[in-house]
Design a protein around this ligand. Sequence first.
Ligand code: SF4
Length: 215
Amino acid sequence: MPLLPHDSAALAALRTPSAAAPWRVLISACQAGWGCGVDGTHYGLAGAVPWLHTLPTIRLLPFCPEDVGLGTPRTMPDLHRGDGHDCLAGRARVLDPAGADLTAGMVAGAEAMAAFAMAEGAALAVLTDMSAACGTQCQSEGCRFDTPRRFRRGVGVAAARLLQLGLPLVSQRDFATLDRLRARAEPGFVPDPEKRDHHEHPWFVGYFGVAATET
Ligand code: SF4
């Protein structure tokens, strides 16, 4: 399962990009500034990983699976009783806060994102963590407006579908892995050894009780 923060071999296996042959990077469209969030905003995520947008060795491919599958604006989708893999296997559902079942639209959006990634020749994807579609390290378990809010380690529905195709994934919160990717894409860039990935963050370790190395 090529989650780049957990699989250094997958990162090493990526070819070195150049301006003539850049990495084609699938990216959650909210990070590209599209107003595709549930409320029609980009959640303040535009340019969350700034260097992706400026390096000549990167060609971004924005896509929003929820916009394609459910439309914008929409009610908030959250996974119940499992992660994206469970949803694709029929063991988990995606519901909105009123209990409406959004599973079919979420799966349709995931399939469309996977088809887009393959058609465009994406080499990897930078996705938005915590999303029920794009999350790569964890998501809300059940409705995110419940008190207390609960979380589950795992991937979103679209992320799961991309992993099934073997596409390497990383989130905008995996700062250590993003630095290592940048060093591959920008000659002379030196990764900051103090940076951590999301699963190494004190909140993550404290909530899930482990310094997770695999998902
Ligand atoms: S589904 Fe993905 S791309 Fe769309 S708004 Fe949510 S995190 Fe961003």
